[in-house]
Design a protein around this ligand. Structure first.
Ligand code: 3HC
Length: 696
């Protein structure tokens, strides 16, 4: 076994370095190696204290997630922590970058912790659908108190070193660039003082808060009910922290372990781990050379200061990138700028940014009414009305104005990027950058690669996505790309189901019961029923057309598929139900009672089927990319892993069987995609398909 740690001596202090790049994950060989080093240092008479530190950019990224679900090997993390905690010589964790999960638990088993001011310390296990499994839920409350521990553990968000110092989670801050030297000096002081090494497990004083106020846990659960909805792990975290307050240490540790093992084998954690790796996979574009030089993006131009253009601009301003924003009319430009300012001021009121940040960001924004102002931008994003002719005209103009090496991008959600690129003399510099509304909030960015888009342009767009805090997913040109193409399938079925007798609220409830934030009809009401509709061309035949004609255009008119009150609370509408009944009668559709199960299958299986087509056509690189799109663009719950992972869980054979039955009843909308049928026949899965594609 290759050695995964390094050890050196500085006077009476042994410095042990975790050295398993890239994140010093505590896999079997690192655990083994570290346990051996601790024993060696323990028995070396020349050593009086031990400093533990991490090589590279961080202390430790926690347990090796790839080991989950496999048979345990060698010493486990609790065993390692017991060895560290039991060391007769004081062990000091010297933390830089991040200490996460098992890395934090290791640090908590040490007798002292020092950290650089920029370090961050956290227990992100809940984000993987598990509880900390190596003492985190038992030791952390003993340091910071149960209430604070509940916050840290159930949010999974790391705390900064300064906050950690205030709560006693770290004992001292070092100089930013003198971590190990300062940690050694700290150790030497301990040696000189010769006091016994404190163990967190022995500290019960901070637990009083949870013992004296057992209602603390119920109150915490109630306060966070919305955030925890649908997830199993937060409740399990609460139970473990409560166990820390009610059980002796060893018993609490055993309870935590049992809970960890139950959750790690469960469907939610498997889904959340899938998402963790899927997010990282999405950044990898196999045909792009790793060393491809990126194009510099120092100034961005945006055409359109409406909701989309303004939201897109904010992403760049937040990242410190200057933006020129252009609108056709002064009034619209003013309105757009005012909205951006209002958004920032709202964020400042919530304390998330300072008043100075608001001005700095607004200061990076240069408004204008003339496209000529975009000439020196490195990237121009068009966020104009969704009309191909209009976009082609804009691109033709931009091509003549903007410097030759600049990238021109369209934020279109459906249209043909190749047709837009063809309006320019630089199709290799044209691509789609599809942001999701609200663009300053939603994490997804579909990077749409045209037939002629140059590799460096694709690589630059993917990297830029990361720079502005988005999850970028590569999509090929097709109507609606990955996300909206799949959404269209669900919408078509939802429309059909209400004609056949389901109500909009029933369809929406079935979808929200799966953990999505809203159903198809609530979504249309939010977007506006009149997108792409006009009174002149309306035939007044479909439910949607009739509702538009009656000025039921969605939330913005206070009425759509639902009626809305001033607080935007939706109530079902008898008028809408009557319209639906009338349209059904006109089309000769007999209405009947429709089960929730039928709605689930008819709305979701065609989505999976469309996903298979998208994959087969190479419009998405991986099934897991489709999951990332749906989680980050449409709110698919992370605990069921996205539509393709969800489908794997049901079994592709079962889905194909149901699609065939639906095809027999309702026609070719349900015909299984060839790839889906093949995978089902082979007993395959989307995850196996991805793996095979990765291997090439
Ligand atoms: N186990 C295995 N692999 C890991 C890992 C881990 N804990 N953390 C990161 N990796 C891998 C990533 O998959 C990626 O692999 P790739 O290059 O093949 O795609 C590589 O390491 C680099 O990771 P990132 O791209 O995420 O690197 P960043 O520098 O952007 O971020 C990080 C570093 C903040 C440490 C981030 O990787 C992260 O958040 N990791 C997960 C941390 C975590 O959840 N830890 C808890 C684990 S569970 C646990 O400890 C259980 C315990 O309580 C018993």
């Amino acid at each position: 076994m290759s050695d995964r740690t390094e050890m050196r001596r500085e006077g009476r202090v042994a410095v042990i370095t975790l050295a398993t790049p890239p994140v010093n994950a505590l896999g079997a060989s690192l655990r083994e190696s570290l346990a051996r080093r601790i024993a060696e240092a323990g028995s070396d008479p020349e050593v009086s204290a031990i400093v533990l530190t991490g090589a590279g950019k961080l202390f430790c990224g926690g347990a090796d997630i790839t080991e989950f679900g496999r048979p345990p090997q060698g010493i486990d993390l609790n065993g390692l922590n017991a060895a560290v905690e039991g060391s007769a010589k004081p062990v000091i964790a010297a933390i830089h970058g991040q200490a996460l999960g098992g890395g934090t638990e290791l640090a908590l088993a040490c007798h002292h912790r020092v950290a650089t001011p920029s370090a961050r310390i956290g227990l992100p296990e809940v984000k993987l659908g598990i509880v900390p499994g190596a003492g985190g839920t038992q030791r952390l409350p003993r340091v910071v108190g149960p209430r604070k521990a509940l916050e840290i553990i159930t949010s999974g968000n790391p705390v900064g070193a300064r906050a950690a110092l205030e709560t006693g989670l770290v004992d001292a801050l070092t100089a930013e660039d003198r971590l190990v030297a300062d940690a050694i000096a700290f150790a030497e002081r301990l040696i000189a003082e010769g006091r016994p090494s404190p163990r967190i497990r022995d500290r019960d004083d901070r637990l009083a808060e949870g013992r004296d106020d057992p209602g603390l846990f119920d109150a915490f659960r109630a306060e966070n009910a919305k955030r925890f909805r649908g997830f199993e792990a937060p409740e399990a975290c609460i139970a473990c922290v409560r166990a820390a307050c009610t059980m002796p240490f060893e018993q609490g540790l055993a309870f935590e372990r049992e809970t960890f093992l139950r959750l790690v084998a469960g469907a939610q954690s498997i889904a959340q781990r899938h998402v963790f790796f899927a997010e990282r996979e999405a950044a990898k574009i196999p045909d792009l050379p790793a060393d491809l030089p990126l194009l510099p993006i120092t100034r961005v131009g945006i055409i359109g200061a409406g909701t989309m253009g303004g939201g897109i601009a904010m992403n760049f301003l937040n990242a410190g990138i200057p933006v020129r924003i252009v609108e056709a009319k002064a009034e619209a430009l003013e309105r757009g700028l005012a909205t951006i300012r209002r958004n920032y001021e709202g964020t400042a009121r919530k304390g998330r940014i300072s008043a100075t940040d608001v001005e700095t960001r607004m200061g990076l924004l240069a408004p204008g009414l003339d496209v000529e102002a975009l000439a020196d931008c490195d990237l121009v994003i068009e966020a104009a009305f969704e009309n191909l002719d209009l976009k082609r005209e804009i691109f033709g103009r931009l091509d003549r104005i903007v410097k030759a090496e600049a990238i021109l991008a369209s934020n279109t959600s459906y249209l043909d990027i190749d047709a837009i690129a063809a309006a320019t003399a630089r199709p290799e510099r044209v691509l789609g950058l599809h942001f999701f509304s609200p663009a300053n909030v939603m994490r997804l960015l579909e990077v749409v690669r045209g037939a002629k888009t140059a590799p460096a342009v694709v690589a630059t767009a993917m990297a830029l996505g990361r720079r502005i805090g988005k999850i970028a997913v590569l999509a090929g040109v097709c109507h609606g790309f990955i996300g909206n193409r799949i959404l269209a399938q669900r919408q078509a079925q939802a429309n059909r189901l209400v004609l056949e007798g389901a109500t909009p609220q029933q369809v929406d409830r079935v979808i929200t019961d799966l953990g999505l934030p809203m159903g198809p009809f609530a979504m249309i009401d939010l977007a506006g029923l009149d997108l792409g509709w006009s009174r002149e061309t309306s035939k007044g035949e479909t439910v949607r057309e009739i509702l538009c004609e009656r000025d039921r255009r969605g939330q913005k008119t206070g009425r759509g598929f639902y009626d809305y009150d001033e607080a935007r609370k939706a109530t079902p509408s008898a008028e809408v139900e009557a319209v639906i009944r009338a349209v059904a009668a006109r089309q000769g559709v007999t209405q009947r009672e429709i089960s929730d199960e039928e709605i689930r299958e008819r709305c979701l299986y065609p989505m999976v089927n469309e996903g298979a087509k998208i994959l087969d056509e190479g419009k998405a690189l991986r099934a897991s990319d489709i999951d990332i799109v749906w989680i980050n663009g449409y709110g698919w719950p992370v605990y069921s892993g996205g539509p393709m992972h969800w489908a794997d869980g049901i079994g592709l054979a079962r889905i194909v069987e149901r699609l065939r039955a639906l095809e027999a009843e309702h026609g070719p909308d349900f015909t299984p995609a060839p790839l889906l049928a093949t995978l089902a026949a082979e007993g395959g899965s989307f995850s196996a398909f991805d793996k095979a594609r990765r291997k090439g």
